[in-house]
Each structure stands twice: as C-alpha cells, then as structure tokens.
Design a protein around this ligand. Sequence first.
Ligand code: SAH
Length: 205
Amino acid sequence: MRLLVALRSAGVTDARVLGAFERIDRSIFVSDTFADAAFDDTALPIAAGQTISQPSVVGLMTQAARVGPRHVVLEVGSGTGYQSAILSQLARRVYSVERHRSLVRMARANHAALGLTNVTVISGDGSFGLPDQGPFDRILVTAAAEDPPGPLLSQLRDGGSMVVPVGVSDHIQTLIKVTRDGDGFDYEELMPVRFVPLIEGIEQE
Ligand code: SAH
C-alpha cells in the first residue's frame, strides 16, 4: 500500500510500527471530503480547526518512542484518534486527552468502529496529564508547547520517555525526546516539525 512506501522512505523501518499502520485504516479518521487523500502522506483538516497529523510524522514519533507491549502510554491531543489507534497496537494501555469535546466524541467513535479496547479518550487539558492513571512509560504530545509541560515530566516513570514538539512559534518547532533518569532528564533533538499549538483550558465545542 502506498502509505507504507511513504513511511519507509521517510525512515520508518520498525516492523512493529509498520504493522500497526497496516492494521489501522486511516480513512476512518478523516471526513468523507478528504477520503481520497486518506492514504497520502499529508496532514489533513479535521473538525474544530485542527489537523490529523502527517502519517510519516506519526510513524517517526511512534518509532522514536520505542513503545513496548507492556507499556502504559499517554497521548496529549487526540484529534480524531489516529495516533492513539496506532499506539493501541503497540502498547498494553493507551490514554489520550483532548480539549475539544467534538473531537473526543469522534475519536471514541472511531476507536469503537475499529473494535479497539485498550485505548481511552478523555476530555480535558492534557498539559496537566492524568495524575490518577500515571506514571506513564511513554508520553507523546501531538501539539507544540514552548517547553515540555512540568506535570507531564513528573508523570513519566523512571527510565520512561516523552516525545514532544517544542518551539516558540508556529514555524520553528523541534521534536525532542525527554528521558527520565531518576530526578534528572536527558534531552535529545529529533527533527524539525510543525504542529498546532498546545492550548490551555478546555473547549465545549
Ligand atoms: N494526535 C492527532 C493530531 C491532533 S492535532 C492525530 O492522531 O492525528 C493536535 C490536537 O491537540 C488538537 O486536536 C487539539 O485540539 C489538541 N490540543 C491542543 N492543546 C491541548 C491541550 N492542552 N490538551 C488536550 N488537547 C490539546
């Protein structure tokens, strides 16, 4: 399938990650208007003025996170639920937090349509994480912050890691991987990216 070719040429080589992309049909996560483009390697508009991420970026972030079958994973920014569906194939348990209620409903419906049972979408401000469900082995943030949010760092298990886009503007963002080592953190720069901003608070729409 052409999406897998695009993923491989972007550098997604991990067989488990590619297998997850094979099993999760991206067309479920985009509106009918964009059905023809569902398997292109591009970001597309979704409800509430947001975007479904570019598949190769989802793939590279997932691969960088090195998600294992026993991991409990937190995603911040569910959108329509594509990244969390991919993660559900790799992890034991996935929690995803979204601030737009309309997107929470869509993501839940999409996961239900695929029969996914190990992923839960929660309405809220994900920059505070989910203290009751943590600590997390892995955290993926799919909206850009100025700095990795403190509550998320504190909900990372020792040895665990977080992949998060950071940057001060819409244009200059870097995907980084933060790994917890006791009370300290190691930072690694991965690649330039462009995400919608991480916004405080919760929307009713
Ligand atoms: N992960 C999605 C991409 C979503 S785009 C995918 O798989 O395609 C980023 C999402 O982050 C948007 O839906 C936006 O509403 C959400 N978002 C932004 N700030 C947030 C916050 N503080 N808490 C939760 N979600 C947030």
